[in-house]
Design a protein around this ligand. Structure first.
Ligand code: SDX
Length: 431
């Protein structure tokens, strides 16, 4: 007899229905509730999607208890040690590590798309110089759909491919332009002989008045930061991109929505908020005061860079980032960096404190990244734009995976309505 497919039985209101159980490659089984409303006139309730799988995906897997992160099955630690961001972009986009020829071709296609239409330079003129670069990026990336009309048809696989390559290639250029605009400095054009990370550093820090010397250790550290932030399952900004994409919106608009969501301090804005918090703490002796604030529900204060919806163990990216922070500061001869000292002592104290231990609040990817970026010379306002550059390949890969689904449905959650029942209008003279 064929194996009986596993089911979960739900009994309610005198009725009993069977819900199929679906099993993943790795991770917890899921209850398929697609028929629940039709069969039992019931919705499920899960604000923040703490227990809800919104899609099938084969791109990234996280085991929060083990502190494991896999890109297409490869552990992040191995990729951070042996790979580079462009190779990881290929892996996330196409599912396999590239052959040398495939990597060279991909590198060439990305390199040939790093410039933006010259007309886009005028967009920046409309922003105040002190605009947050994320505001500029949301605007300029969304406006890409006003230019690249030959890659807007989401039903054309070639259009999807070209739009994907364009965004991976142009996000560093746009972010660097936002940075230069905020400095009042001229834009720096990309150079085809440089690496992806090296090009970005040069576009940010080169000036017309002198030759730019790229520091290979900083180039490697930037490339590693980009790899570590590339994708992370169905996080808030990726879910935003998927929801926007499910309506058939063009890819540039979808990525712009992801950038907007990433900006929040609970998400990609945490690296900026974390460094500002470390600076506000200032010295090691003030750490207990902030630990107490973080534990006080009424304070509204949280330790930025700590905690995670999925990781209930160390974020594996934070471990790699911590090693990079030590390397970069060592290279730059920045010993006893007060911010790094506060960060390390804060981590040590928090990991001994029962509040954080009981709630499994560990440092996340944002805890150390800001220290490295600050040491490289970036202002805190550029931390989240750099996260956005990196996450673009994750957003694009997840968007492509969704658009290629056969029976793609527009995302449209239901609700638990707790408002007024039906009632009749009351004329103003009788209120
Ligand atoms: C990123 O989803 C992803 O994958 C995101 C990301 C990615 O790569 O895309 O990994 C990138 O966004 C990392 C997270 C960056 N955010 C921060 O560092 C901001 C600080 N962290 C928190 O705001 C919080 O931890 C979240 C938002 C990250 C996770 O929040 P959850 O899972 O919704 O958990 P919660 O808010 O329900 O907190 C659980 C408990 C609460 O206490 P109780 O109500 O149970 O008593 O832990 C407490 C919280 O008050 N808590 C914290 C805390 N984080 C959670 N208390 C103090 N400091 C913190 N940082």
């Amino acid at each position: 007899m064929a194996d009986k497919k596993p089911v979960a039985t739900l009994s309610y209101n005198g009725k009993s229905i069977e819900l199929p159980i679906l099993s993943p490659t790795v991770g917890p089984d899921v209850v398929d509730i697609r028929q629940l409303y039709a069969d039992a006139d019931l919705f499920t309730f899960d604000p923040g999607f703490t227990s809800t799988a919104a899609c099938e995906s084969s791109i990234t897997y996280i085991d929060g208890d083990k502190g494991e992160l896999l890109y297409r099955g490869y552990p992040i630690e191995q990729l951070a040690d042996k790979s580079n961001h462009l190779e990881v972009c290929y892996l996330l986009m196409y599912g396999e590590l590239p052959t040398p020829a495939q990597l060279a071709d991909f590198h060439q296609r990305i390199t040939r798309h790093t410039m933006v239409n010259e007309q886009m330079h005028f967009f920046f003129r409309g922003f105040r110089r002190d605009s947050h670069p994320m505001a500029t990026m949301v605007g300029v990336v969304g406006a890409m759909s006003a230019f690249y009309h030959d890659s807007l048809d989401i039903n054309d696989p070639w259009h999807r491919e070209v739009a994907s390559i364009r965004m991976i290639a142009k996000l560093p250029t746009i972010a660097a332009m936002a940075f230069k605009y905020s400095l009042g400095q001229p834009f720096v054009y990309p150079r085809n002989e440089l690496s992806y990370a090296g090009n970005f550093l040069r576009m940010c820090f080169a000036v017309p008045t002198e030759d730019f010397v790229l520091n290979p250790v900083l180039e490697k550290a930037m490339d590693r930061i980009m790899m570590l932030h590339a994708d992370h399952e169905q996080n808030a900004s990726t879910s935003t991109v998927r929801l926007a994409g499910s309506s058939g919106a063009n890819p540039f608009a979808c990525i712009a929505s992801g950038i907007a969501c990433l900006w929040g301090p609970a998400h990609g804005g945490a690296n900026q908020a974390c460094l500002e918090m470390l600076r506000e703490i200032g010295t090691v002796d003030r750490i207990p005061e902030y630990i107490a604030k973080a534990k006080d529900k009424n304070s509204g204060f949280r330790l930025m860079g700590f905690g995670h919806r999925v990781y209930k163990n160390f974020d594996p990216r934070a471990k790699v980032m911590k090693e990079s922070a030590d390397e970069v500061l060592e290279l730059l001869g920045i010993h006893n960096n007060p911010t790094l000292q506060v960060a390390k002592e804060l981590e040590r104290i928090a990991l001994q404190d029962d509040y954080f231990v009981s709630k499994k609040l560990y440092p996340n990817v944002d805890f150390y990244s800001g220290i490295i970026l600050e040491a490289m010379g970036f202002p805190t306002s550029m931390f989240t734009p750099i996260f956005a550059i990196s996450r673009t390949v994750g957003w694009i890969s997840q968007w492509k995976e969704m658009i290629a689904e056969k029976n793609l449905k527009i995302g449209r959650p239901r609700q638990l309505y707790i408002g007024e029942p039906r009632r009749d209008y009351v004329d103003v003279t009788r209120r």
